[in-house]
Design a binder for this molecule. Structure first.
Ligand SMILES: [Mg+2]
Length: 361
């Protein structure tokens, strides 16, 4: 069995509603790098990575010009070997960054192909723990005025969620606190509320923010500081009084090891599309387990639901607001606060490539 064909396509997909985080301008679209693989028996798999608009071309070229010639002819069942070869040969310009994004798309396609070949859904193929994964709606954005924020939360509750995330990082702490207070009183005491600062604060500002937000029973505050300030995270975790989530901006297993070893995180949050794919995501989940920590996810919820369903230390699935589901044949099932990993082989996503074609770059 050999890898016969690798096709890479770059899309720029418009967002249904423009969204904003403290670390970005208002986003109107995102780049999608899609990789499709086929083996000599005719089996296929697809994987993808997601980047900010205008940033996907480099990852697409890496897969097409660098990874494809090194991967054609390899045995698709030996994913670790393929991954290690691409990592090693791109070590000098890689060890994270774009190389991790590009690897993610190809790695996911190989795992999907493996699952489809065996007739097994990824969640069972990767270990099989429980298809029911606690999920939260992560579509509550910094650019929304308070009434829109609360309306969005109400829509998420009506859709079956019991946990909601909102963004922090307004120009003043007073405004952030007022928004959290409005959300908490809108939700009542029984709905879980997460928050995400998207690197908005210096360490001194973060400590003040954590203390001001303590009355609102937050499950976590995500990315309060720039992502590689491991000592800052550890200090904040020891002194802030609110659990910390982080990881969407860490792109290697080693970076997660640094953060966990520093004692800087309560909810490690790897994103398979930014950390090198499913192969690395599962290692980060097991590393978290060894540290006595849960694992959560960021973005790409249709694939992450399988990975969390394979992890005994799964905590929450982020159901992200990028809206890729309108290009997929099936929607993720949300029931009474839980997402259900499907039993379809591989990741089980059937993309509508005709609908995507109008966004091809
Ligand atoms: Mg985040």
């Amino acid at each position: 069995m050999k890898i016969d064909r690798i096709e890479t396509t770059l899309y720029q997909v418009p967002l249904p509603t423009p969204i904003q985080a403290a670390s970005t301008a208002v986003m109107h679209a995102f780049d999608l790098v899609m990789v499709r693989v086929a083996d000599s028996d005719g089996a296929t798999g697809c994987g993808y990575t997601v980047m900010h608009a205008g940033q996907g071309a480099g990852a697409a070229v890496l897969v097409e010009k660098n990874f494809t010639p090194l991967t054609l002819g390899e045995d698709p069942r030996c994913i670790e070997r393929i991954w290690a070869n691409l990592w090693r040969t791109h070590h000098y310009v890689g060890r994270g960054g774009l190389v991790s994004f590009a690897l993610a798309a190809l790695d996911t396609a190989l795992w999907d192909l493996r699952g489809r070949t065996l007739g097994e859904p990824l969640w069972r193929l990767l270990g099989g723990y429980s298809p029911k994964v606690r999920a939260y709606a992560g579509n509550i954005d910094l650019n929304f005025p308070v009434p829109e924020l609360l309306d969005g939360a109400s829509r998420s509750l009506a859709a079956g969620f019991k946990s909601i995330k909102m963004r922090l990082g307004k120009p003043t702490l007073r405004e952030d606190v007022a928004r959290v207070e409005a959300m908490r009183s809108h939700l009542g005491a029984d709905i879980e509320l997460m928050s995400d600062a998207n690197e908005a604060w210096r360490p001194d500002q973060a400590i003040r923010a954590f203390r001001a937000l303590q009355p609102y029973d937050l499950v976590w505050i995500e990315e309060p500081l720039r992502p590689d300030d491991y000592a800052g995270y550890a200090h904040l975790r020891a002194n802030g009084g609110i659990p910390i989530a982080a990881g969407e901006n860490l792109h290697t297993l080693a970076e997660f090891n640094n953060l966990m070893t520093a004692g800087g995180v309560d909810f490690p949050e790897p994103d398979l599309t930014t950390c090198g794919g499913i192969t690395v995501w599962m290692k980060i989940a097991h590393l978290a387990q060894a540290h006595g920590l849960p694992v959560t996810s960021h973005g790409a919820h249709e694939v992450h639901v399988h990975l969390l369903a394979a992890a005994p230390n799964a905590s929450y699935l982020e159901v992200h607001g990028f809206g890729l589901e309108q290009y997929m044949a099936q929607r993720l099932t949300i029931d009474e606060g839980y997402a259900i990993a499907p039993d379809r082989p591989g990741h089980g996503i059937e993309f509508d490539f005709d609908a995507l074609a109008v966004h091809q770059q």
